[in-house]
Design a protein around this ligand. Structure first.
Ligand SMILES: Cc1cc2nc3c(=O)[nH]c(=O)nc-3n(C[C@H](O)[C@H](O)[C@H](O)COP(=O)(O)O)c2cc1C
Length: 315
């Protein structure tokens, strides 16, 4: 099969293929390893308005099936991002999705407006998994009303395609997805890390300086697949699956659950070529199953019974 169609849409944002880095797991240094033109999108680490030092160390620890991190959005600030970082990506024919983290609803809107003016930026990912410092410190994305407000104000501030990166640390991810949809988001990232803790039994101290951190890697994939499926059940918005994509098989699984694209985080720390290998594997799968267009796979999980509305709990 010669003409494999790998392109997918997130609102007005066209991705030539469905594989991109997860924010925080991508760096310009990777340039020497593969051609960034081969990615579906470039997603650098979340940027904050002002420079930030990050959380107490240790900031990462390995666990069975993945890792826990609590970097705390270490950031050189918006001015550095605009002057030094964004211009670097200009030479690539790959859309740049800027991930933004903010401390308040208004700061999200302000940053979306400023970054939205950059001609090199093709989309904005709102990292609503970060704590709301003006409120109770919980993530914006844990609260449907706050999620709505962040998206709504960012929507008013820019015409750029907007993606809301949801937190999985909620009871009903569908509720948050719907709030973001009604506020005018173009796509949903499902999802960020899962709140976790690990203790060193010899020192009796938490393995993360900040005590709690976010768990990523293969162990969280089934949870993320479940959430993609649940979100797909309530909205037709394009979904980017993120959490535990280590191989091309994981990417296909998320696409079948309802994702239009996937992001790769932890896997790239282990194997910096992971994204390229995942892309090759997707192509081989499509050839093997004679699927010309990747879009024919999105949400094509074959369920044993017709689902009723809402959550089906089948143990
Ligand atoms: C070291 C590290 C740093 C991260 N930094 C960010 C970040 O700045 N912004 C963000 O939205 N997510 C961040 N994440 C979360 C990832 O983008 C991703 O959502 C998560 O790791 C799940 O995907 P994975 O299992 O493929 O790693 C970070 C994850 C790790 C491991």
């Amino acid at each position: 099969m010669q003409n494999l169609k790998l392109g997918v849409q997130i609102g007005n944002l066209y991705l030539k293929n469905p594989v991109m880095p997860a924010s925080g797991a991508f760096g310009y240094e990777m340039e020497s390893l593969f051609d960034f033109n081969d990615l579906g999108a470039i997603v650098p680490k979340s940027i904050t308005k002002y420079p930030r030092g990050g959380n107490a160390t240790p900031r990462v620890c390995e666990i069975t099936g993945g890792m826990i991190n609590s970097i705390g959005i270490q950031s050189k600030g918006l001015a550095y991002y605009l002057e030094e970082l964004i211009p670097n990506y200009q030479k690539y024919d790959t859309p740049l999705i800027a991930s933004i983290s903010a401390d308040s609803v208004d700061e999200f809107a302000e940053m979306a407006e400023i970054i939205g003016r950059e001609s090199t930026v093709s989309g904005i990912e709102l990292n609503i998994s970060c704590p709301n410092l003006e409120g109770d410190g919980n993530a914006f994305g844990m609260d449907a009303e706050l999620s709505y407000q962040v998206v709504k104000k960012a929507r008013e501030a820019t015409d750029q395609p907007l993606i809301a990166k949801l937190t999985p640390n909620v009871t009903s991810i569908q509720e948050i997805a719907l709030a973001c949809e009604s506020a005018g988001v173009d796509g949903l990232n499902v999802a960020n890390t899962i709140l976790a803790m690990a203790i060193d039994i010899h020192t009796r101290k938490p393995k993360i300086g900040n005590v709690l951190g976010g768990m990523s890697g293969p162990a969280i994939k089934p949870i993320i697949v479940r959430m993609i499926h649940q979100v797909r059940g309530v909205t037709n918005l394009p979904i980017i699956g993120c959490g535990g994509v280590m191989t091309w098989e994981d990417a296909i699984e998320m696409i079948l659950a309802g994702a239009s694209a996937v992001q790769v985080g932890t896997s790239s720390f282990i194997n910096p070529m992971a994204m390229m290998e995942i892309l090759e594997g997707i192509k081989e799968y499509m050839i093997a199953y004679e699927i010309e267009d990747i879009r024919d796979l999105i949400g094509k999980v074959e369920l044993p019974i017709q689902e009723n509305e809402g959550v089906r709990i089948a143990y």
